[in-house]
Design a protein around this ligand. Sequence first.
Ligand code: MG
Ligand code: NI
Length: 478
Amino acid sequence: MSGNTKTITIDPVTRLEGHAKITIHQDKNGDVTDARFHITEFRGFEKFCEGRPVWEMPAITGRICGICPVSHLLASAKAGDDILAVAIPREATRLRRLMNLGQFLQSHALSFFHLSAPDLLLGMDGDPATRNVFGLMKEAPDLAREGIRLRQFGQIVIECLGGKKIHPSWAVPGGVSAPLSEENRSLLRERLPEALQTVQKALSLFQEIAPKFAAEAAALGDFPSLFMGLVGENGVWEHYEGKLRFGDSEGAIVADGIDPRDYRTYIGEAVESWSYLKFPYYKKHGYPEGMYRVGPLARLNICESMGTPRAEAAWQAFRQTSGGKPVTSSFYYHYARLVEMLAAVERIESGLNEPEVLSDHVRADAGINRLHGVGASEAPRGTLFHDYTVDRQGLIQKCNLIIATGQNNLAMNRTVLQAAQHYIKGDSIPEGLLNRIEAGVRSFDPCLSCSTHAFGQMPLQVVLYGPDGGTLDERTRD
Ligand code: MG
Ligand code: NI
């Protein structure tokens, strides 16, 4: 320690999918002047796809990420549909929708029960050694067990359709490769009542404990921004089809009815030297003023109804958090995830009850009819775009992916800065305060595997810089 330079040891961000880095800059008074969430590794997946047949892209891009393979599978298959220029069989659409709902359940359950419930139930100041899913198993064994089973149910939905757990190469340009069997439909139906019960219980629990976190809700990413996502007819909540909508924090619709193919007219992608993850923004508002959030919070803020009765009631209660207006704190991503899990369970139930769900007319055959195609879908973490240019043989010439975590990049950075400015004073950071900064990032549930398009994992560091720009300290945890 010398002069004005203060050394602070900071634990890395934990309980995120994958790894990254947070840097915090202090001035000589110990005030935080800047804080950034960095993605520091990039393996060029888009480049790697060049020359590959469009038919293989769902299976290839499904391997971008072990966390959300289904999201890439579906967005890729949709880009393929666009290149074939076919309307895929309605039955195939139903099955793809079911799989996406399974993915929502699986992913949201992981985020809520495994990654964030320890903070919410064991306390942000809890002992970090036990403030995790194992501690949760000890303190709230029923909830932990039910959460694990809910996540497993989402996984079973995916498996019953795709046949394989992690990388189902089931969705293909033109439809899907296999129908749903009667046996698997029965299996899924049997698990539905338990899934519904677990989601309802978790939702009540969150509503009960949320008031205890009023201070966190105000400090962890509460600011105005745009929100973007797909909506269905009449603004109903949507997760797979529909048109893009941008809304603001006051509830005004800023842009609506956008064909996802036209995304480039509305979305710019800025680059910063300190991050390999791009910074998408709403073009008309410029950069960085055009910051927008995607994912559960955004979807619930831009939609006008949920389309199913239980989720509708939960959504009404969610919106009351801010007097019926859009909810602006990133902390409430947790709440939004629970409402979406309820919607997913209800929609899986109604989807399985449709007689056509067992149809074997699930694929349209066609050749290459367009040289450019865009597939957009709502992934659990937000809107995902796959944009392909192909040659006449269907070989990829150019590939652009815009992932949810990238679109939340500006807002995640704003959240980290807000949290750091609120919690870091002076030369020491109690663990609980550091954990709150991490929790601000966790609320977005960023998928770092997707962000880097990397196959493996990266170590994550938190680095503290002093007033002279030198590194005061850093710590890395795998
Ligand atoms: Mg890209
Ligand atoms: Ni991912």
